[in-house]
Design a protein around this ligand. Structure first.
Ligand code: M6R
Length: 604
């Protein structure tokens, strides 16, 4: 989750870039850099560490210009060194990037074979080389940019300068956000409203797949197919841009759409895509024989998804318990059990008390938390951070997927440490995880289809959610989301459990939402859905387009992206969240602050 700023104006640009980068340090701060157009050619200054180090470099070697781009980095590919710091340069092209280019290894090999020399270990540098190569064929900048974008797989927000194009910044977004800021005789690009906040409050939010040519006079925007488009200019408040809804109606909607970014940022904490390996996690997984996860609410369901992964990938027994039960029932624990608290806030009273109790028993402890200065972060021996950023909506969305992403990555790490996962399998699983931001972005395109379904769903009084394997806890999470913001009664069940009782609830008025990725239990889930359809129950089956048809009358399918089974909980979380969100919007409830709830539950 890196920060991006671009300024094309008339006054000195570098102080403005620095001003913006300081506001963006929350997005990453292992290195920073700026590039500016000096007499028609682009010069860079970069530094490892915080922005103040970059300021020191600029004091030694100033840059005088009116057009520039800047970046503050959270390392994904390559160590946090100066050489890996953005902007990256190849030939005439200098650019900054937020996101992950999944096919960078193939592109890099291809470019290297053509004689391109790379200076960094980043995925970003291949984009600069690709675009430079396209410019060398004689293509104009915009056309060359589009051809380059079409070759990239993965997620990105980009800001680009080209030598000789004095008066142009190119930008593009897919998966990672990018905004255009409108000033008086000046224009801006930024990774969010906060980036351009010091200069303007007039913002256009680029949409998925958009690219843009920004000049001093304005911005020409294009959609993914290359058609010119206009994106509305909206007014935001600079002081609170970080906690503003921006283009979204509710924080929850905004936070749902931030998930490609927040999942990527979280995964980068645990995995190294350059090497295809897990990073050291601060816990010796070979020295423990059990994991005890404690959590509440949504975090509890994230923990349950984690359990499937720890047991399957690492052969590590894993118990998951609701913290308010765990803390009062005198659980039997052993000192070779790792106690793991999972929490967005890091302050939930029951989870904190359970963690403290485990620590007092002499258990090794770890905490998967989003607020890194919280009580749990300080209490646990090991902090396993999630990087969802501030979550304002009471209904947890991006914090949940960040927790799941962290736990899946940790399960892979545990499997490697315990000799259950060899190097080839590790590379495959790391790759699958790093694909998840892109596939989550694909899942966000289900928005319209889901919205249509919720017209009916909002009339229901009871809804069932079904899944098998990790989709079972996700079904419970889907039910919790619907309950808490739409006030419709909902329950999540293991699909195989239905005929042991809950099937008695099925009638024509009770919809069932089924989560059916194409995994090794798909056929079993499909059979359960036929049983419901045969009894007149309406079924909405969320499943990949290429999945076989269960042939049940009344089974309605919603296409979801096909994906590696490991990341299915991350991908299928999106339609669950959208279902709850649009149902609540239909019902006109207070989405961000539902009745009776609080964001952080610091009482028992
Ligand atoms: O801050 P925590 O993750 O510890 O909070 C736990 C629950 O209170 C929280 O997940 C709650 O269930 C959410 N409102 C669900 O959306």
């Amino acid at each position: 989750m890196c920060g991006i700023i671009g300024v094309i104006g008339n006054g000195p640009v570098v102080p403005r870039l620095i001003d913006s980068l300081k506001r963006l340090e929350y997005r990453g701060y292992d290195s920073a850099g700026v590039a500016a157009m000096v007499d028609g050619s682009v010069e860079r200054r970069r530094a490892q560490g915080k922005i103040r180090n970059l300021e020191a470099v600029l004091a030694e070697e100033p840059l005088k210009a009116t057009i520039g781009i800047g970046h503050t980095r959270w390392a994904t590919h390559g160590a946090p060194t100066t050489v890996n710091a953005h902007p990256h340069k190849a030939g005439r092209v200098t650019l900054v990037h937020n996101g992950i280019i999944e096919n960078f290894a193939e592109l890099k090999a291809e470019l290297a074979a053509e004689g391109h020399i790379f200076e960094s270990q980043t995925d970003t540098e291949v984009i600069a080389h690709l675009l430079d190569a396209e410019l060398k064929t004689g293509r104009k900048p915009l056309e060359a940019f589009k051809v380059t974008l079409d070759r990239l797989t993965g997620a990105y927000a980009l800001a680009v300068l080209i030598d000789g194009e004095d008066g142009l910044i190119l930008g593009a977004r897919r998966g990672s956000p990018l905004v255009v800021g409108w000033g008086e005789g000046e224009m801006y690009l930024g990774s969010d409203a906060l980036a351009v906040g010091p200069f303007t409050q007039q913002i256009s939010y680029l949409e998925e797949g958009d690219y843009v040519a920004v000049t001093r006079d304005g911005a020409e925007m294009f959609d993914a197919s290359g058609q010119p488009v206009d994106r509305a200019v909206v007014q935001v408040s600079a002081s609170s841009a970080m906690v503003e809804k921006g283009e979204y109606r509710h924080f929850m909607e905004k936070e749902i759409h931030e998930q490609p970014d927040s999942v990527q940022h979280t995964l980068s904490e645990y995995l190294d895509l350059v090497t295809g390996k897990v990073k050291p996690q601060g816990v010796d997984f070979a020295a423990i024989d059990r994991i005890q996860i404690v959590a509440c609410g949504t975090a509890f369901y994230a923990g349950q998804i984690g359990r499937y992964a720890f047991e399957k990938l690492a052969g590590l027994p894993c118990d998951v318990e609701i913290a308010s039960e765990f803390r009062y029932r005198s659980p039997a624990v052993s000192k070779t059990t790792l106690a793991v608290a999972v929490s967005q806030s890091g302050e939930t009273a029951d989870t904190l008390a359970s963690l403290t109790w485990c620590k007092a028993q002499g258990l090794p402890t770890a905490a998967v938390v989003n607020v890194h200065t919280s009580s749990m972060a300080r209490e646990a021996s090991v902090l396993w951070p999630t990087h969802a950023g501030p979550e304002i909506g009471v209904a947890s969305t991006k914090a949940f997927t960040a927790q799941v992403a962290a736990l899946l990555a940790l399960a892979v790490a545990a499997g490697v440490a315990r000799g259950r996962i060899n190097a080839a399998a590790e590379a495959e699983l790391v790759k699958a995880l790093f694909e998840s931001p892109r596939v989550i972005a694909e899942a966000l395109r289900m928005d319209e289809t889901i919205r249509a379904v919720t017209q009916e769903l909002s009339k229901a009084t009871d809804v069932l959610f079904l899944g098998r394997g990790p989709m079972f806890p996700l079904a419970m999470e889907g039910a919790l989301k619907l309950k808490e913001i739409s006030y419709i009664h909902a329950e999540g069940y293991a699909a195989g459990e239905l005929k042991h009782g809950p099937i008695a609830l099925i009638d024509e008025e009770t919809p069932t939402i089924a989560l059916a990725p194409l995994d090794d239990v798909f056929d079993k889930t499909a059979s359960n859905l036929q049983e419901i359809a045969a009894r007149g129950g309406p079924v909405i089956m969320i499943t990949p387009e290429n999945a076989p048809d269960p042939h049940g009358v009344g089974i309605r399918r919603i296409d979801a992206p096909d994906c590696h089974p490991l990341i299915a909980p991350l991908v299928y979380a999106v339609p669950m969240q959208l279902l709850a969100y649009y149902t609540a919007v239909q019902k006109g409830t207070d989405v961000d602050q539902p009745r009776n709830l609080a964001k952080s539950v610091t009482v028992e």
